[in-house]
Write a protein that binds this ligand. Structure first.
Ligand code: 9D3
Length: 260
């Protein structure tokens, strides 16, 4: 996998990519991340990359010439046909399905903007699609680029080693994670759900799946609309709701819940 990023702050990317799962994956050569700084594509003494917006108003706009030159230089290093993806708050929302699609590609280019944004002609000429990472305002495309790279690289074969987790798989199925516990058995008066100490792997698996489905129902009903519920999930949810109806102690919605 070869990823290139056009950014005015290459060190911001390099720094963040040195740690954890992604840092290890890059060390092992599972992916290569290159950067291209538009400032290297200026020729004036001040290496100017921004200018005032036509039509007036606050803020600055990234000049088109250095941006497009950087895009072309970075794109030339990628496998033929690699998509050029502009990170903008106006883009299509990235989700796990989109991440999986990117992870299946041999390469792609990410374009990170700063200031008020890119000259629209750069988007027209230099990008194949626009992606947003969520409905909130950030100060540039570098953190979104890191979000995309982190989410993609951890999916590459070998990135997670053995703990290629079923959590991953359940998220991909449109379910939230279940609650996790480690020692001690009682912590600040809160105990680990007894089923997890039972040694009954079948029961543990059923409990976790039920917790995932119940949490998704309670916290992200929009996901259930979006992904639907598999027959097994539907049964688990009915059991959860029946148990709650019967006044049983079920985790999700318990008053002492600590994970919010
Ligand atoms: C309306 C004036 N601007 C906000 C005060 C618009 C604006 C300009 C530049 C909003 C955001 C940005 C910088 N953001 C990104 O480059 C960005 C982004 C984001 O802000 N949110 C979610 N996804 C992304 S991807 C790139």
């Amino acid at each position: 996998m070869h990823i290139e990023v056009v950014t005015l702050f290459p060190q911001m990317l390099r720094g963040a990519l040195a740690f954890g799962v992604v840092g290890r994956a890059l060390e092992r050569g599972l992916a290569v991340v290159g950067t291209e700084d538009p400032r290297a594509h200026t020729s004036d003494p001040h290496r100017t990359v921004d200018d005032r917006p036509y039509g007036g108003g606050p803020g600055m706009v990234l000049k088109p010439e250095p941006m497009l030159a950087a895009i072309r230089a970075a794109h030339a290093r990628l496998p033929a046909g690699s998509p050029r993806i502009c990170l903008t708050a106006q883009g299509e929302a990235l989700d796990q399905r989109g991440v999986q699609e990117l992870a299946a590609l041999p390469g792609f280019l990410l374009i990170a903007g700063r200031y008020e944004g890119l000259d629209e002609r750069v988007v027209e000429l230099g990008a194949d699609r626009e992606l947003s990472v969520g409905d909130y305002v950030l100060s540039g495309g570098e953190v979104p680029a890191l979000v995309v790279i982190d989410a993609v690289v951890r999916l590459l074969p070998g990135a997670l080693g053995d703990e290629r987790s079923s959590v991953e798989e359940s998220f991909a199925q449109g379910l939230l994670d279940w609650p996790h516990y480690t020692r001690p058995e009682v912590f600040e008066g809160l105990s680990v759900p007894p089923v997890l100490l039972s040694g009954d792997h079948g029961e543990v698996e059923r409990w976790r799946y039920g917790q995932s489905v119940a949490r998704t129902w309670m916290r992200r009903p929009d996901w259930i609309v979006k992904h639907g519920l598999a027959p097994r999930a539907s049964r688990a949810l009915n059991e959860f709701l029946a148990a709650r109806e019967a006044g049983e102690r079920v985790r999700e919605g318990e008053s002492h819940e600590q994970d919010r």
